[in-house]
Structure formats: structure tokens, C-alpha cells
Write a protein that binds this ligand. Structure first.
Ligand SMILES: Cc1cc2nc3c(=O)[nH]c(=O)nc-3n(C[C@H](O)[C@H](O)[C@H](O)COP(=O)(O)OP(=O)(O)OC[C@H]3O[C@@H](n4cnc5c(N)ncnc54)[C@H](O)[C@@H]3O)c2cc1C
Length: 417
């Protein structure tokens, strides 16, 4: 079994403290590691920005496990290998004539890593990527393979699992018939119009993202609208918006080559739903990310609070993205129990300054703001528990599945798990 130094996360702001990164080549090798190692965690594609994936024991990559080809196991359910990146399997899904319901901003992340953290894209009517999971096959702390499916007791506790319940080997995901999307970027939309009619704005496409640098108090820098074809590109003139005169990167001034096609040109779902293309560096790259997921009804209060801090935020920021997602019933989902709006912040690579600012942002945001599990936040365990009300039941579930705490790390212990 290959062993190497674990290195850093994608952003380079976390140097993993694990002793070794093993790359097992069979499930038996994985089971041997589970039996032998007192502490272990699985690494996905390393795109989280905090210590969630780390351990003081050993890390595992599942990238070399023999994989079954992606297959339809029902008319609208596919089975995917846990370690597969979204972008790795979209061609196979397209061959099957099906589509994932949504994607995050990038196709570079693994299915298991995305689901473990409640990762989401945008869309009033679309839940987080985790909410599309129908079943999970995982190797438990007892070394046995387990399967948990929708309808089973505590399924809703197993899906967004923070890597704490076992080693996920495959996921069954609900899919829809393949569809085409046209993406248009608008400029000039005013904050006042957008906030006065936010529901009208976000319902203009299947997926809508508002990008702001917080430098212009009057206008949103860019609004990205992804519409299912044959719906025409919407008219945003009532909001002050007009289509951009060329391709854009969400970070103003950056080369748009890494971005998916814009300008209203139709294309397959997997080539338009993410903002960034596989094979290119997504986002700004020298960066740290934070995100707070709020009750949608709290958006006006949240925006008013952040606008009062706009200069302090803008100094440290590449760009901020505001997205929506539908409510779900997964215990640790950021959208648990309420339609949700996410306020995302892509920071410049200045960890100390970001750490100094986050407590003020968290104090200013409404109390419904839940931190994204895979991004940087500062609030303590008591506050996280208040915002994720099922965390206490998740702690019991974790304890019952892993009483020897093999999959617990400092991040989880800090949350009282
Ligand atoms: C440029 C960029 C853009 C992003 N855009 C978005 C976005 O649009 N929306 C959003 O919500 N988030 C976004 N994120 C955050 C990202 O989606 C999450 O951090 C996600 O968890 C990353 O998946 P990963 O495969 O890299 O997982 P990792 O960061 O490697 O791991 C995350 C967690 O999953 C666990 N895990 C991974 N694989 C397994 C497995 N097989 N079994 C058990 N546990 C496992 C790990 O132990 C860890 O706890 C973005 C991040 C970056 C860097």
C-alpha cells in the first residue's frame, strides 16, 4: 500500500498533522487499517479550508480503490464511487442520459467530501448536494460494511457526517433526465432593487448567484443566472441589470478562461452548473473561504449588518457570493429545516487578518447563520450547537457507531463530538 507525507489542503492554509497518508488498493487493506490504527480519517480532494479532514493518526485516500463503473441502480438513482470527483463521472452520467440535480461552484471535489460537509450549489428549488443522497455504503469502525438508505432509522443523521461515522465507499444519488443550461452574467443590478425583490431575482433562473466585492455600495458586481433551456435568458432591466459584454471571472479583473461558458450559449448541465471548469484552477487560488448559511427570511438583516462593515470586509476580500437553496431534513445540513441563503466570502490569503475579522462578522449576523463545515469560522461549540440543533443527536449517533473514537479528530472533539 502506497504511503506518503500528507502535505496540505488545496488552498495551502492547512498542513495536515497526520503521520502518513495511505492509499489502499482494496477494501481489505482499508479494513486492515481500520483494525490496526487507533485514529484515522479519509481525505477527499482536499478542498476544505479548516482542520475537519485532519487527524493525529493516519489519513486514507480512496482514489486507488478498484471502482465499479457509475451505474443506474434505479430509473433515477446512480451509484458513484465515494472518491470520484464530480467532474470525473459527468461524461458517464451523460452517456446514461441523466444529470445531477446541481453542482457546487467547481467540479473538482469528491462526492464523499461534498456530501460529508453539506456542500451546495444555488437554486431556490434545489437542495444541497447532500439532500440528493439516497443511500450510503460505508465501512464502520467495527471493520464491517454497512448500508444506510432513505427510510432507515436515523438516515437523516448519517448523510452530512463530517467524516465521523466511517469510511464511505459509495453513494447512491438521485438524478434527473439530462438537461441543457444557458448561463448569462449581468452587471448593474442595484442592491436596493435586489434586496427589495430578492425572491423575484432568485426565481429568474434555476440557479442564481450574486457576486459582490463589497466595494460598490450601490451595485452588485455580477449576477450569474443559469437557466434550463429552452427558457430564454431573463430580462434584469427592472433590477438595473444588463448582460455583460464578454465573459467574466467572479473575481473582477481575473482571466475568465477557467470559467464555464457564459453569454447565454446553451450547453450540457455539467458544463454550465459549476462556475469553474475541471482542468483549470478554480476561484482565486491564493485564498481562504468562509460561508454562513442563514434562514432566507434573515437576508435583509444580514445584508444590513454586513454593509455596515463593508470597508473592513472589502479590504480582505477577493469576492463574496450569495446563493439560495431549498430546505432539507438532514441533521447537520446547513439548510436543515428552512429555506436557506448562503453568504460566502472568498478571502485573500491572510489567515491572521481573517481570523481577527470573523468574530465580528459572526456577532453581526443573525443567529440563524450556520457556519459551512468545510470553511473557516470562529464561533465556539456552544454557538455551533445552538445553530445546528440536531448536533447533540449526531453526537449520540457518532458514539454508538464509533465508541473507540477512531474517526474523531481535534475539530470534532472541539465541537463536543
Ligand atoms: C475553490 C473552492 C470552491 C468551493 N465551492 C463550494 C461551493 O460552491 N459550495 C459549497 O458548499 N462548498 C464549496 N467549497 C467547499 C467544498 O465543497 C467542501 O470543503 C468539500 O467538503 C470539499 O470536498 P473534498 O472532496 O475536497 O473533501 P475534503 O476537504 O478532502 O474532506 C472533507 C470532509 O469529508 C470527509 N471525507 C472525504 N471523503 C470521505 C470518505 N470517503 N469517507 C468519509 N469521509 C470522507 C473528510 O474526512 C472531511 O471530513 C469550495 C471549496 C473550494 C476550495
Amino acid at each position: 500500500m502506497h504511503a506518503q507525507h500528507p502535505g496540505t489542503n488545496w488552498a495551502g492554509n492547512i498542513a495536515y498533522g497526520a503521520r502518513t497518508l495511505f492509499t489502499p488498493r482494496s477494501l481489505d487493506e482499508v479494513a486492515d487499517l481500520v483494525a490496526r490504527e487507533p485514529r484515522l480519517r479519509v481525505l477527499g480532494s482536499r478542498h476544505s479550508f479548516n482542520g475537519l479532514a485532519d487527524t493525529d493518526g493516519v489519513l486514507l485516500s480512496l482514489a486507488a480503490l478498484p471502482q465499479e463503473p457509475v451505474a443506474l441502480i434505479a430509473d433515477d438513482v446512480v451509484r458513484v464511487p465515494a472518491a470520484a470527483r464530480h467532474g470525473d463521472v459527468v461524461a458517464e452520467l451523460a452517456d446514461l442520459g441523466v444529470a445531477l440535480q446541481n453542482l457546487a461552484s467547481l467540479p473538482h471535489i469528491s462526492f464523499a467530501g461534498a456530501v460529508a460537509t453539506g456542500t451546495h450549489g444555488s437554486g431556490d428549488g434545489i437542495g444541497t448536494l447532500s439532500s440528493h443522497v439516497e443511500a450510503i455504503d460505508f465501512l464502520g469502525a467495527d471493520g464491517e460494511l454497512h448500508r444506510i438508505a432513505r427510510g432507515d432509522a436515523d438516515f437523516e443523521g448519517h448523510v452530512v457526517h463530517l467524516g465521523a461515522l466511517g469510511i464511505v465507499v459509495s453513494l447512491d444519488i438521485r438524478v434527473v433526465p439530462a438537461f441543457d443550461v444557458a448561463q448569462t452574467v449581468y452587471e448593474g443590478v442595484t442592491w436596493d432593487a435586489a434586496l427589495a425583490e430578492f425572491d423575484a431575482l432568485t426565481s429568474l433562473g434555476a440557479s442564481v448567484s450574486c457576486f459582490t466585492t463589497w466595494r460598490d455600495v450601490e451595485r452588485i458586481d455580477q449576477v450569474w443566472v443559469k437557466s434550463r433551456v429552452p427558457a430564454p435568458a431573463p430580462d434584469l432591466s427592472a433590477f438595473g441589470g444588463r448582460p455583460a459584454d464578454g465573459p467574466r471571472h467572479p473575481v473582477p479583473g481575473m482571466d475568465p478562461t477557467p470559467c464555464t461558458r457564459q453569454g447565454g450559449v446553451p450547453g450540457p448541465w455539467y458544463d454550465r452548473l459549476p462556475h469553474f471548469r475541471l482542468g483549470f484552477t478554480p476561484s482565486a487560488s491564493a485564498e481562504i473561504q468562509s460561508e454562513y448559511l442563514l434562514d432566507r427570511a434573515d437576508l435583509p438583516a444580514a445584508m444590513a449588518a454586513l454593509r455596515r462593515m463593508d470597508r473592513r470586509i472589502a479590504r480582505l476580500l477577493h469576492v463574496s457570493e450569495i446563493r439560495t437553496m431549498a430546505a432539507d431534513d438532514l441533521w447537520l445540513s446547513p439548510a436543515y429545516g428552512r429555506d436557506t441563503v448562503g453568504i460566502h466570502l472568498t478571502w485573500r490569503d491572510d489567515a491572521a487578518a481573517v481570523a481577527a475579522l470573523l468574530p465580528d462578522i459572526e456577532a453581526a449576523l443573525p443567529a440563524s447563520a450556520r457556519p459551512h463545515w468545510g470553511k473557516v469560522f470562529s464561533m465556539g461549540a456552544a454557538e455551533v450547537h445552538r445553530r445546528y440543533p440536531r448536533l447533540v443527536e449526531f453526537a449520540d449517533l457518532r458514539q454508538s457507531l464509533d465508541p473507540e473514537r477512531k474517526f474523531v479528530n481535534d475539530f470534532l472533539a472541539g465541537l463536543g463530538l
